[in-house]
Design a protein around this ligand. Structure first.
Ligand code: 0RA
Length: 276
């Protein structure tokens, strides 16, 4: 069938990612490992930028896996090409990062912005729960290969819900990564940065690993003004941060700065949430 033909291309895609993981996530060290989390979080941030997601929860689980849950619309689950759930196409096809349109909101456009299918290919397992249309839809993959049987092409429903959102739990593959322990300080710092850049977004970080239990809410309603304050905390500012926001030719620009009583210069630039 046409879908079986496509499935071969999907398997070839997974194989390409697993053969040269560095090409897709930069490295197979801790940096590449942490990058898996950001890749999944970025998709939820995109849903926030599209105007539909207010909360993202990032959890480091006891078993070494990570969970990212958002309260967006939920990845579409309806029948897509060849009679297969759209969600399964998103998580198994390279470069389908969760958006079907050429959305301007895609944030993870940086070097490694390759999406959730890469995370899937590099995970021992990835478990997906999508809440929408009153139901919780479930899918699961092992090293990128689906292990859930579709029902007339659709994902099985495992429960009822009034909420909407997408929840992904994945365990990085020890056959791929040199180390499989997420570095919590780097992840927290990146999530905090994401909160500064998206003032209407709340990110809850939770570490459930034994002996490290911690919950932190990152919410920065003052945005980059607070970021500048944090960067300069403990130093000697000579005035409150100065802030500008404006739009020219549909390009939105935001600037915050503050002088210190020192010869020291530090300029951080971001374009569409990407540190430049
Ligand atoms: C495309 C269309 C719709 C939702 C999403 C993508 C979506 C993707 C991700 C990835 C992580 N969280 C997400 N949440 C939503 C909505 C289509 C519709 O409801 O009309």
């Amino acid at each position: 069938t046409a879908y079986e033909v496509d499935s071969i291309a999907v398997l070839e895609g997974l194989e390409a990612v697993r053969k040269r993981p560095g090409m897709y996530i930069g490295s197979v060290g801790t940096k590449g490992l942490n990058h898996l989390v950001y890749e999944i979080v970025d998709n939820s941030v995109d849903e926030h930028l599209a105007g539909f997601c207010k909360n993202i929860e990032v959890t480091l689980e006891k078993d070494g896996s990570a969970t990212v849950a958002d309260d967006g619309r939920g990845v579409p689950v309806g029948l897509h090409q060849k009679g297969v759930s759209a969600a399964r196409i998103v998580y198994t096809t390279l470069h389908a990062g969760g958006k079907f349109d050429d959305s301007v909101y895609k944030t993870s456009g940086g070097l490694h912005g390759v999406g959730s299918s890469v995370v899937n290919a590099l995970s021992e397992y990835m478990d997906v729960q999508i809440s929408r249309d009153g139901a919780i839809h479930h899918d699961r993959y092992e090293r990128g290969v689906p292990v859930v049987k579709l029902d007339k092409g659709l994902l099985p429903v495992i429960g009822k819900t009034k909420k909407t959102g997408t929840k992904i739990n994945f365990l990085p593959d020890g056959e791929i990564f040199e180390k499989t322990r997420f570095r919590e300080e780097e992840i927290k710092s990146r999530l905090h940065e994401t909160a500064y850049l998206n003032p209407n977004l709340q990110i809850t970080y939770q570490n459930k690993r034994a002996g490290e239990e911690e919950t932190v809410l990152f919410h920065e309603p003052e945005g980059i003004i607070s970021y500048v304050k944090e960067l300069n905390s403990g130093k000697a500012p000579v005035h409150d941060p100065i802030y500008y926001k404006g739009t020219i030719d549909r390009v939105e620009v935001e600037v915050a700065f503050q002088f210190l009583d020192t010869f020291e210069e530090n300029i951080l630039g971001f374009c569409n949430n990407i540190f430049t």
